[in-house]
Design a protein around this ligand. Structure first.
Ligand SMILES: Cc1cc2nc3c(=O)[nH]c(=O)nc-3n(C[C@H](O)[C@H](O)[C@H](O)COP(=O)(O)O)c2cc1C
Length: 214
């Protein structure tokens, strides 16, 4: 049923068998995965730039992927210390992230352990590399704060206005990095000749790969 549904939806691409042959090696698939995550972090036009980030409290939300470290296999996101997801990660750090690139027909699912970093060098650097326009988001009410009327949560004077360095400084304690250390990878390529799927499990610095039925 699942398979038929996908096959019906698929555009038939003449180059699919070629692409499939490119991915007949697990090391090549893992390199492809690393390349895609690297691009996802750097290129805001990448369809994988805004994945769904899943916490252990069975909740998911869209977040901007800020960085991928292909040596440590970590993902970096930015968030507000007051966001409910921060409490969820602290209570149980198991996490998943879902990426899909429709034109490449590739889905990437990853699982790992999340950490919320608030007062450390990495978070300081992430804060200093942000624009004041982006930092402004940390000046208002925390995500999920209830309001009597539709609200941006921002102080009115900063709506659509870039604050100065001094004005934005009080937002710093609300800013955090969410870092996820990946432990499991799942790569899925949709092809009309037959989908291809590979999984990888981490053991220390090594990744153990295997092919699985889609
Ligand atoms: C395109 C898009 C990008 C987003 N990027 C982020 C982000 O980078 N960090 C973040 O904390 N929330 C981001 N959000 C908002 C979250 O999806 C979410 O609504 C908010 O963080 C509250 O989540 P929580 O209640 O699960 O903590 C983004 C939303 C959209 C639609």
């Amino acid at each position: 049923m699942f398979r038929d549904h996908f096959l019906n939806d698929l555009t038939i691409h003449a180059d699919a068998p070629m692409a499939r042959r490119m991915f007949d090696d697990l090391d090549e698939v893992r390199s492809d995965l690393a390349r895609r995550l690297t691009r996802a972090a750097k290129d805001r036009r990448s369809p994988m730039h805004v994945p769904a980030v899943v916490t252990s409290d069975v909740d998911a939300r869209t977040m901007v992927l800020r960085a991928f470290d292909p040596k440590a296999w970590t993902l970096r996101f930015h968030t507000d210390t007051r966001a409910p997801k921060v409490d969820a990660v602290k209570a149980d750090p198991r996490m998943a992230v879902l990426f899909y690139d429709k034109s490449a027909k590739i889905q990437i699912r990853v699982r790992g352990t999340g950490e919320v970093l608030e007062q450390d060098a990495l978070t300081d650097t992430a804060w200093s590399n942000s624009t004041n326009f982006a930092r402004r988001c940390y000046l208002g009410d925390g995500p999920g704060a209830v309001s009597d009327a539709p609200t941006s949560g921002l102080p009115e004077r900063f709506e659509g206005v870039e604050p100065t360095d001094d004005e934005v400084a009080p937002g710093r304690p609300n800013f955090a990095v969410l870092r996820i250390t990946l432990e499991e990878l799942d790569w899925f390529y949709l092809a009309h000749t037959g989908h291809v799927r590979a999984q990888f499990e981490r053991s220390g610095d090594q990744w153990e790969g295997r092919w699985v039925s889609p």
